[in-house]
Ligand binder design. Sequence first.
Ligand code: NAP
Length: 564
Amino acid sequence: MTYVITQSCCNDTACVDVCPVDCIRPRMEDELFTTAEQLYIDPASCIDCGACVDACPVDAIFPEHQLPAGMDQYTRVNKEYFDKHPLELLRDPSFPTSPIAVPGDISPLRVAVVGAGPAAMYAVDALTSHGGGNVEIEVFERSPSPWGLARGGVAPDHQRTRTITNIFKAMMGNPAVRAHLNVEVGKHISHAELLRHHHAVVYGVGASTDRHLNIDGEGLPGSVAATDFVAWYNGDPDHADDVYDLGGERAVVIGNGNVALDVARVLATSPDQLAQTDIAEHALEALRASTIREVVVLGRRGPVQAAFTSKELLGLDYVDGMDIIVDPADLVLDEQDEAFLASEACPFPVPRKIEQLRGWASRSSNPTNRRIVLKFLASPTAILGEGHVEKIQVARNELVADGTGRRQARPTGESDTIETGLILRSVGYRGAPADGVPFDERRGIIPNNEGRVIHPVTGEPVTGVYVTGWIKRGPSGYLGTNKKCAQDTIKLLRADVEAGRLTRQVKDRRALERLLAERQPDAISFDEWRVLDRAELARGKATGRPRVRYTDTQEMVDLAKGRG
Ligand code: NAP
């Protein structure tokens, strides 16, 4: 199977950046780029990973067998481009293409992968992708469901992005892999025990907490972390009972990254549209009763520095019944920003974002629509209210150079207040420490040297312990970004195995199973989780939705284990 780029391609090249085999052309640096009507995927090189689909801002990429009516010709169009301009591949020449050469005295190599989200699954894939029956992988996941942010983070109205879980299913289905879902490292099994049972431990646990603003009133009821709100609407069992006050007229989102746009869009999308997604039932019900008509998104810097990607910004234009409001005054750029926009150094998507914002600023709005108001140069300074959020105080900023070439926000002294009963703080995720593993408190990651965990003081590698994904590099990038990140880590793990640095005697798979049966009888295997997956899909089919999620851990365990 191959993916195909179709008519609505906007040449944004986000797909080029995430393609792990570099088979999308033309790239920005290619001569043909300036005149290309669209981008094309080489069918002979596509590995069917779906990363480009996730990155595409305009849903222009489809698996060839799911092309919408009238677009069949694009399979041929994509192929013909490469008939004319054969692909010059730039594969990573250093990634090994042979199975790991496990020394005979430790075979099988036993690897624990902690987490079952994109970072962890790409690590599993890198460990197994070259075959060889000499590796056993045990995947430990705290949640009763796998796929991390691909299930619990991606917004429900991005159903196409969620199809990336299909490739994770294939990875988890590899006979070398055993999944232990609903098993928490640090609670049911310790890091020291993982090391007794495995030659190597790879942490791909993501960034499970949120960054703080450190302003007055941050902890008032009604001021919540956007990450929790995301977990709630995506049916995370730990957040299924959370309650949000959606009874006001306005919500305010602090920060303007992609998560901020996700939560703003979910709040401002009509429930009837959300009902066509797999949003959690409890969230759909609450959003049906919501009276929120306006969501204000506060960016502390200017539009040129905004953290959202052009693809997510452009995507807002495709939501029915929703207006995007931008104050034209916010788009008057100073000389330095104008010079940057016109310079070679300016990333390709930035002018596209400014153009889109200017388009909205000059458009009239429909008073019956819900609205997202994008504000710039606005920092929260205090959250006010008696026992609950009532308003937020916002300082007006100007941009100043910080000496590193970055432009930072500085208060001008002017300020304003916005009335609201709900504030979603969306200022970034942060990794959490794992028991027994070094942690860098400042950066919120496990300290590492390109994936090898290191001692925080000496900088020496901690033998047999590795990291991948957000807990390795911090919370940035697309789902597909984790593929290269995991390959880089597994390359080092392979080098350590092949150099004889991981030759400890470890316990076998049966010993691990005995231990887990004792510590967590409610552990869910991948086959058991498939029962749940099928049940969710069947519930969805019965109600005309893609999936209806289970959100109660005990119910999920009972169902997965066929206990009535
Ligand atoms: P993010 O992109 O790092 O954005 C964080 C935002 O918080 C920025 O606007 C930042 O402003 C702001 N901020 C930080 N501290 C602040 C403070 N004290 N006061 C006010 N504002 C503050 O983080 P994210 O939105 O959580 O996303 C995390 C990663 O996931 C990103 O790589 C994102 O692209 C990715 N993601 C992708 C998708 C998608 O592709 N569909 C969806 C969701 C998330 P400054 O820029 O001024 O620092």
